[in-house]
Design a binder for this molecule. Structure first.
Ligand code: GCW
Length: 679
């Protein structure tokens, strides 16, 4: 059972006989590369394993084209060099061609990684009992499709909810890389091509000689799966690790130090993907210490890594919490990213990618899209999503997040009055003609045999990969592919998991924080349970400005923090006015009385009350729905998930009661339905 968990959506469970009978599968597999560590080689083995599991057929794998009807996997170039004929069109990097129409199934990648992706695509079809004849090419929406782990060198994981690190322990790398390779296999199957394994709050000892060698082994374990390793850097390392007197990015000795470290790293990891840097944020060191710009800081690494073809992911999550003061009506952490980066758009080297959290604050249950995407016209950018449910129930609550991510990716920033949808236009690189751009997601899998700590949370990791490849694909389609691959083809299982998952994010928002006020969770410590008090007068700048009459952050230009003015004019005008701000972001942009009437016709306070009762009721329905699947899925997963859902239903009541009582006390306004308050 543990092994099933580790296989996640790559279980290849045996299909029912009546479905297997419909399958027409060639009798052998040809993998056009015989080097055991190559992606095409592992693709051959994966095809063998998957077909054996799902269809119960054992196919040989050979490495030379033959006359028989085969499943051929390889690059287009290798295929044509071996005399193969194909209708494959010109492909982009990592793209592939899948043709199941002929006697021979062609799985041909632009590169080896693409061929491997094609093999997984074919297997995904087979494992879902889908034997339709297809012939199509697919290319990624963006070249950067990475995950970030926030793993500490001591083996703990910052905001990790699934046990200890699979990469590090005792301040060094884990010698046994079995789990690392298994993770890389999962990532490859969703077309992720890079991973930063260590926390952005980076420990300088990551770069010790011993650790560099260990990182080399980690990269080796992932290479066959086409997943390249990147590393988070600590800006002060030249001083703290290197013993220099400074870490000034313009100092010659500092530049030399980083060049030397980079050269050493590339000896161990010849295909290292790049660096990730969190600078001058939440206590992390950075260039501002020396009055150098963030761009000067980023360019230091960009220049060091350029000769090796690496890139620098430079995080836009830069804010100075020591200078935030809630009594100043204009102070607003949401302004920080654009304030820091808007004037630097021409200053970054071309191998730098600014990595921007999806919203201006921090992975909240509801945020408007970061306006920074509209300002980075000449600088490559990537969006940062969070698979780990830091503010969204920490995998103890079911929350399928693709619908949340879509609110951002589908948002049209209207830059210069032109269509500028974040996913399909901006992150694809099309809108501003960029070659580098894409996606990063904080994932934080751990040693738990479910990877994320609980079974249904894995739909988020799966969905992330699918969306990074194509942000226009429907979130229900993704969810249902994942469900069939993970739980089989039973219709009731499919419908029930779809129903629960598709309600889950909205339910979570309902029983936590509504109308864009943020999650109302404990902000100072663990970001988990309800603590609306903590959402004001905290130094983190995550505020609601709740008092006895009114609530919300006034982020207008005319009277507030000016944040709405960071958007291009059409969007700015929409958010500037209460009338045109959607209800679900009202309190994000405006400070209003509790008695303010929403577009829905309810007052703000009554909406709070009703939404909390609705959300908790939805959560209460989950264990019942799940129970209806008894006997339709295996006992272990059934019981483990039921335990979580029952807990969630209870915790949703805790949330509901804490929040409604709090605002009832603060406002003194009774609940029209008489549920809240002292009776
Ligand atoms: O969401 C906050 C987290 C921190 C995290 C930080 C960041 C890694 O609470 O744990 O630090 O964001 O993204 O840098």
């Amino acid at each position: 059972a543990a092994e099933d968990g580790l296989n996640a959506w790559l279980r290849y469970a045996r299909l029912p006989d009546n479905i297997i009978r419909q399958a027409e599968i060639p009798s052998n597999i040809v993998s056009l590369n015989s080097t055991e560590t190559s992606p095409v080689y592992v693709a051959g083995l994966e095809l063998q394993k998957g077909i054996n599991g799902a269809l119960g057929k054992t196919l040989d794998v050979t490495h030379k084209s033959n006359k028989r009807s085969s499943i051929v996997v390889g690059t287009v170039d290798a295929f044509t060099a071996a005399g193969g004929k194909t209708n494959a069109p010109e492909l982009e990097e990592d793209g592939f061609w899948l043709d199941t129409k002929g006697k021979t199934v062609q799985i041909l990648g632009q590169n080896e990684r693409g061929a491997l992706y094609g093999a997984f695509e074919y297997l995904s079809m087979l494992a879902q009992g889908n034997f339709t004849k297809v012939a199509y090419a697919t290319n990624p929406s963006a070249s950067i499709r990475w995950v970030n782990q926030w793993d500490n060198m001591d083996g703990t994981i910052e905001r990790g909810y699934a046990g200890l690190s699979i990469f590090f322990k005792n301040n060094t790398t884990i010698a046994n890389t079995t789990r690392v390779a298994e993770y890389a296999r999962l990532l490859a199957s969703i077309r992720i091509n890079g991973i930063v394994a260590n926390n952005v709050n980076a420990n300088p000892i990551t770069l010790s000689d011993e650790n560099m060698a260990g990182l080399g082994k980690i990269a080796d374990a992932m290479r066959p799966w086409g997943v390249r390793l990147g590393l988070s850097l600590n800006f002060a390392s030249p001083q703290t690790l290197g013993g220099l007197s400074t870490f000034d990015p313009l100092d010659k000795s500092v530049i030399t130090w980083w060049n030397d470290q980079t050269a050493k790293l590339y000896k161990h990891i010849p295909d290292m993907a790049g660096y990730l840097v969190k600078a001058n944020s939440e206590g992390q060191p950075g260039p501002l210490t020396y009055n150098r710009t963030l761009a000067e800081g980023a360019n230091l690494f960009a220049k060091a890594i350029k000769p090796y073809g690496g890139i620098v992911m430079f995080r836009a999550f830069v804010y100075d919490y020591q200078n935030l003061n809630e009594s100043n009506w204009k102070d607003d952490r949401a302004n920080a990213a654009v304030d820091h980066f808007r004037h630097l758009d021409d200053e970054f080297d071309d191998n730098i990618v600014v990595q921007v959290k999806y919203g201006p604050i921090d992975f909240q249950a509801r945020e408007p899209a970061s306006p920074l995407f509209a300002h980075l016209r000449n600088t490559a950018s990537a969006i940062e999503l969070q698979v780990t449910q830091e503010y969204l129930g920490q995998q103890c609550h079911l929350a399928y997040l693709a619908p949340l991510w879509k609110t951002i990716l589908d948002f049209d920033l209207r830059v210069d009055g032109e269509k500028s949808v974040i996913g399909e236009d901006v992150l694809s690189g099309k809108r501003f003609n960029k070659t580098l751009s894409g996606y990063a997601a904080v994932v934080n899998v751990g040693q738990n045999t479910t990877w994320l700590g609980t079974h249904l949370a894995m739909s988020n990791l799966y969905a992330y990969g699918r969306i990074a490849w194509d942000p226009t694909v429907d979130e229900v389609v993704i969810l249902q592919d994942w469900t069939r691959l993970t739980y089989g083809l039973n219709r009731k299982v499919l419908d029930t998991i779809t129903d629960m998952s598709m309600q889950s994010w909205e339910a979570y928002e309902n029983y936590t924080g509504n109308l864009g006020v943020q999650t109302l969770t404990d902000i100072t410590y663990n970001h988990y349970g309800p603590n609306p008090q903590s959402m004001d007068n905290n130094p983190w700048g995550q505020w609601t400005r709740a008092d006895s009459d009114s609530i919300g952050m006034d982020r207008t230009v005319w009277n507030g923090t000016g944040f709405s003015g960071q958007y291009p004019s059409e969007v700015a005008a929409q958010f500037e006015s209460i009338e045109t701000t959607p209800d679900d972001l009202l309190l994000w942009f405006h400070h209003v009385p509790y008695t303010h009437i929403l577009k829905s016709g309810k007052t703000v306070i009554q909406h709070f009350y009703d939404a909390h009762y609705d959300g908790a009721e939805t959560a209460a329905s989950f264990p019942k729905k799940w129970t209806s699947l008894k006997g339709l899925i295996d006992k272990q997963r059934f019981e483990e998930m039921l335990f979580r859902l029952e807990y969630q239903a209870g915790h949703a009541i805790v949330w509901r009661d804490s929040i409604v009582q709090f605002y009832n006390n603060v406002s003194g306004i009774p609940d029209a339905a008489g549920r809240v308050g002292h009776h």
